[in-house]
Each structure stands twice: as structure tokens, then as C-alpha cells.
Design a protein around this ligand. Structure first.
Ligand SMILES: [Zn+2]
Ligand SMILES: [Zn+2]
Length: 178
């Protein structure tokens, strides 16, 4: 390492010399970004929990990924395991959303997708609908649950209010292989 190269803590900008305890950090800004942000963090910031406020480790792809970009949270908890949205989408492209989640909680399984990714993975748009009240959510759960007998089902957000209880969603389906 070039001794003249000045190293600073990624979080507090404190200059890090060799006798200050520090760690390397490396994470992706979003699940689709192949590049990483690389830096060092001082022991004080590490002890203060700055890392866990900044990024998480996806338990499926084992990568560190930023928690959010300020608008979109890049992680979800599925059965108490943290997973990044890219891995979760790949799981849904492969198997659709699990039937039990569609039955009770279909709207919360939704995400923003690139329609071209859905089409490339063999899904077609079954319907696009505006969700507003509890009854339209119940209806969507019922529709998706029935569809999941024959199809793999994915819920794509088109537009959703920040509160998340009102917006436009699309139901995408793909025939199950026998
Ligand atoms: Zn620091
Ligand atoms: Zn992942």
C-alpha cells in the first residue's frame, strides 16, 4: 500500500492510519449493480452500527447490498431470512409466489419489475387493476389464489402510494409445467 495514500473512514471521514483499528467494507449500491463501493470503516463507526444501517447481506447470493436508495428498500424478509430483490425475483420467475402467501397477503409480495424481464421469463399480463380498499385486496388475494392452481403467479407494482395500501398492480401468470 502506498504510504502517502490518504485513507479515510467511509462514514466519518476520519483519517485512518495504520495504528487505528479499522475494517474493509464493500457493498453493491443495488442488487443489480455489479460494481461495489469499497472503503474502510473506523472501529468507532463500526461499533456505532453504521454498517447495519447502510447495507445488509443477502443470505441467498451472499453479497452485501445497500439497504435502500432512499425510495426502494432492496431487501425483504422471507420466512425470517433476508433476501435481496434480485434473488427474490429470480425465485418468483422460477416458481411464482408461494400459494399460501397469495392467499393471505398477495399485495405485499409485489415488487416493481421490468416488464421485459417478466416477458423474457415466460409470464404474460393477466390483468392490471387499481387497488384501494380492503375488499379489492381480498378480491385480489382470491383471484391470485385461484390462478395459482394452474399458473405461476407474480404481482407487479405499477404505481403504489407510499403507504402501500393504494395503487395499481398487475397480475402476471405463467403456465405450470407438469
Ligand atoms: Zn468512522
Ligand atoms: Zn441476493
Amino acid at each position: 500500500m502506498d504510504e502517502k495514500e490518504k485513507k479515510e473512514c467511509y462514514f466519518c471521514d476520519k483519517e485512518i492510519t495504520n495504528n487505528i483499528e479499522h475494517y474493509d467494507i464493500s457493498y453493491h449500491l443495488n442488487p443489480w449493480d455489479e460494481n461495489t463501493i469499497d472503503g474502510i470503516i473506523c472501529i468507532d463507526c463500526s461499533n456505532s452500527g453504521y454498517e447495519s444501517e447502510s447495507y445488509f447481506m443477502c443470505e441467498t447470493c451472499n453479497r452485501n447490498i445497500a439497504l435502500s436508495n432512499g425510495r426502494t428498500t432492496w431487501s425483504r424478509y422471507i420466512d425470517e431470512e433476508i433476501i435481496c430483490l434480485k434473488c427474490l425475483q429470480e425465485e418468483y420467475f422460477e416458481n411464482g409466489i408461494p400459494k399460501d402467501k397469495l392467499e393471505s397477503n398477495s399485495i405485499n409480495t409485489g415488487m416493481f419489475y421490468d416488464n421485459s424481464d417478466l416477458i423474457e421469463n415466460g409470464f404474460t399480463n393477466k390483468e392490471t387493476k387499481f387497488i384501494r380498499s380492503g375488499s379489492s385486496i381480498t378480491q385480489t388475494n382470491e383471484t391470485c389464489y385461484k390462478l395459482s392452481d394452474k399458473y405461476k403467479v407474480i404481482i407487479a407494482y405499477e404505481r403504489l402510494s407510499i403507504i402501500g395500501n393504494e395503487g395499481t398492480i398487475s397480475i402476471w401468470i405463467k403456465e405450470k409445467e407438469d
